[in-house]
Design a protein around this ligand. Structure first.
Ligand SMILES: C[S@@+](CC[C@H](N)C(=O)[O-])C[C@H]1O[C@@H](n2cnc3c(N)ncnc32)[C@H](O)[C@@H]1O
Length: 197
């Protein structure tokens, strides 16, 4: 499997911090609670750096498509009790929580729907999806940056999208309801909790 992120992995997190400071990290962590008592599924977690401080509390599975990102995640999260997998997530055991952080904006709508179907199979009845991602930009500056990022990822990583998904419609369509939300950068980034209806 070709590693589309191989050119980017070494400086991905530094670049994100340079542009957004700690905002994206905050959006990933702000809705987590009682992580140590849960079995967690992390899909597309990248290099895992933003979870490093809470690594001892995390157990479950970590799925990544990029071998270079996965290698870094194993190092960053060596204090966790996660099992690491390279490739597309395949439904197996049950989880209390699924973390989808800045993953869905890289995927076509059909792939998002298929992933949500797979997640439904493994999410415990009272389980949560903890999601954060870029939504529609709120200012000209954000619009500009958003377009630069989309173009950058199309060219460097080969993403197919040239827009942002209508995440909420896709979650609703696949039978989830939103139960919590926090906004960052005037709502350009949102952290949300979704549960099965
Ligand atoms: C934009 S990066 C975000 C990484 C990380 N979640 C973060 O917030 O910094 C998207 C990551 O998702 C991974 N990815 C994309 N599609 C995937 C899939 N279907 N299954 C697992 N990982 C995937 C990519 O390899 C990449 O590391």
């Amino acid at each position: 499997m070709k590693d589309k992120y191989s050119l980017l992995t070494a400086w991905y997190s530094s670049l994100v911090k340079l542009i957004f400071g700690e905002k994206l990290k905050e959006s990933k962590l702000c809705l987590l609670e009682d992580t140590e008592s849960k079995r967690v599924l992390i899909i597309g977690g990248g290099d895992g750096l933003d979870y490093r401080e809470i690594a001892p509390d995390i157990s479950g599975e970590y799925w990544e498509l990029s071998s270079s990102m996965l290698k870094k995640a194993k190092e960053n999260l060596k204090l966790s009790q996660l099992d690491f997998y390279l490739g597309n997530f395949k439904a197996g055991e049950k989880f209390d929580e699924v973390w989808l952080h800045f993953l869905l904006d890289t995927m076509p709508d059909e792939a998002i729907e298929l992933l949500l179907e797979e997640i439904k199979l493994v999410l415990d009845t009272n389980g949560r999806i903890v999601f954060s991602d870029f939504f529609h930009p709120k200012s000209h500056r954000q619009q500009f940056l958003n377009q630069v990022m989309i173009t950058f990822f199309r060219v460097v990583v080969g993403h197919h999208r040239n827009d942002l998904p209508e995440y909420e419609k896709l979650f609703f369509k696949r039978g989830f309801v939103k139960t919590d939300e926090r906004l960052f950068m005037e709502g350009w980034v949102k952290a949300q909790v979704w549960r099965s209806k």
